[in-house]
Design a protein around this ligand. Structure first.
Ligand code: COI
Length: 461
């Protein structure tokens, strides 16, 4: 299939965006192929603009390697914060963001032409190009004033990029069948992991800068007992599960008829298991897993006792914690009937997963939703936690209870695995057909593993 890069095979110094006309033609073509209505909304027609872009600059940045960091490095760096450390952090972010974005822009250019011209994917390309172009121009940051300006730019970009995930979700659905599913999923895995990584380093720098600028801060002093930037030093698994469990149960209560009994969530095993982690990442994963389990148990139970008189309470969801030398493992077991055999092969797919697109018809409101449903604080809708953490960090727990109960981007499970793998962990699922599901989340507990930027299969960082 003709790729964006191949389409521009004759380019030497300049790379063009496809013209408005060809983008519209391609858009109609893929819609026709995908069996979707081919009329373009008027606003979309007006929006598409031809832009000239210097390809050489992108080549230069693609040639640079990303420099991954570990949770431990983030902690050590921010532990006793000084002006010179803050400026080093700024300069790391200044060069790292455009490098990481450049790699993803190149991935997008390699997509088939008909995919990259999809309006949603092309919007994401535009967002990334704009961010790349802005960050690559930032000169070395030498003063705190320059850092303040840089932080404003980062915060602006973090907000501008809130719509990336909903746009990718829509784009990928519309491109189903236009590219091999496996390749589409590798693309999604890579772009999402890279996005998490950029937001981590950007938000960490904002959090450190905010700490440094706060009136109570004295340079070199220990910053906080609990957090260093966005890193929660002692993330107690049991506490996170309890908090997410309560939020998920509330969500289920509002999404189901009032007479439905919401299953209990029980926790046993190594209840003291604790590790350094980015809290919002863990809350996102656990929230999604519990949400799946709770709804599956409710649905299965309702079906089983439909029309029968005395319905017993639904079986509880059992969470077992296991702390080993290097890992903490969280097993979530439900009796929600398991996963039908025909769905299993697509369980981890972004484009063909069991929920893909189920509730995306009403997407007009989704771009306003925090992208991973965990970014409300960046969106400005949420004004900080009582624990005094920086106002830029995510909180999936808060957004979990703030989200429309039925909203599903269809990405919960595969995106949870991307989060788990990002800090060198893993997520596996075993279905006992007709009975229930066991999910195993493994977390690397020492914080000494680097971010995992590459995706299994073939893509580079
Ligand atoms: C993203 O959210 O996709 C980003 O790349 C954020 C970064 C521009 C700060």
């Amino acid at each position: 299939m003709l790729s964006f890069a191949a389409h521009n095979a004759t380019r030497t110094i300049w790379l063009t965006r496809p013209s408005k006309l060809s983008a519209l033609r391609a858009a109609s073509l893929y819609k026709a192929l995908a069996g979707l209505p081919t009329t373009q909304p008027q606003s979309r027609r007006i929006q598409t603009v031809t832009k000239w872009r210097p390809v050489q600059v992108l080549d230069e940045w693609v040639a640079k390697e990303a420099r991954p960091i570990s949770l431990r490095q983030l902690m050590v760096f921010g532990r006793s914060l000084t002006e010179s450390r803050l400026l080093s952090s700024a300069n790391y972010v200044r060069t790292e963001l455009p490098t990481r974005i450049a790699h993803r822009l190149r991935d997008m250019q390699r997509l088939p032409y008909v995919v990259v011209t999809n309006p949603h994917i092309s919007d994401v390309y535009d967002l990334y190009y704009t961010a790349f172009d802005m960050f690559r121009r930032v000169k070395e940051i030498k003063t705190l004033d320059e850092n303040d300006h840089f932080c404003q730019d980062i915060a602006r970009m973090l907000r501008a990029h809130l719509s990336v995930i909903p746009k990718l979700a829509m784009g990928i659905l519309e491109c189903r069948g236009l590219m091999a599913q496996e390749k589409l999923d590798i693309f999604m895995n890579t772009i999402l992991k890279s996005r998490i990584s950029r937001r981590v380093i950007a938000e960490q720098h904002l959090a450190l800068s905010e700490t440094f600028n706060s009136p109570w801060f004295s340079p070199g002093a220990k910053v906080s007992e609990e957090f260093i930037g966005e890193v929660f030093l002692k993330c107690v698994a049991k506490d996170v599960i309890e908090r997410c469990g309560t939020a998920v149960q509330e969500l289920a209560r509002s999404a189901n008829p009032p007479d439905v009994i919401i299953p209990e969530i029980r926790i046993d095993g190594h209840l003291g298991a604790a590790f350094p982690y980015i809290l919002s990442h863990l809350e996102y994963i656990v929230g999604e897993l519990l949400r799946n389990s709770v709804q599956a148990v409710i649905d299965h139970h309702q079906k089983k006792y439909k029309g029968k008189k005395d319905m017993p309470p639904p079986p509880p969801i059992e969470v077992t914690l296991c702390e080993a030398q290097q890992h903490v493992i969280v097993r979530i077991s439900d009796q929600g009937g398991g996963i039908p055999r025909d769905i299993l092969p697509y369980l981890w797919s972004f484009s063909r997963g069991p929920h893909s697109g189920q509730r995306l018809e009403n997407l007009t409101q989704v771009p306003l939703m925090a992208a991973t449903l965990q970014e409300l604080r960046v969106d400005g809708n949420f004004t900080g936690l009582q624990d005094g953490r920086s106002g830029y960090s995510d909180s999936s727990l808060t957004s979990l209870s703030a989200r429309p109960p039925n909203l599903r981007l269809g990405m919960g499970l595969p995106l949870s695995r991307v989060y788990a793998e990002y800090w060198a962990g893993s997520l596996e699922l075993h279905s006992l057909e007709g009975y229930g599901v066991d999910v195993f989340l493994q977390i690397s507990k020492l914080g000494n593993k680097n971010e995992q930027l590459a995706t299994r299969a073939t893509m580079d960082s």
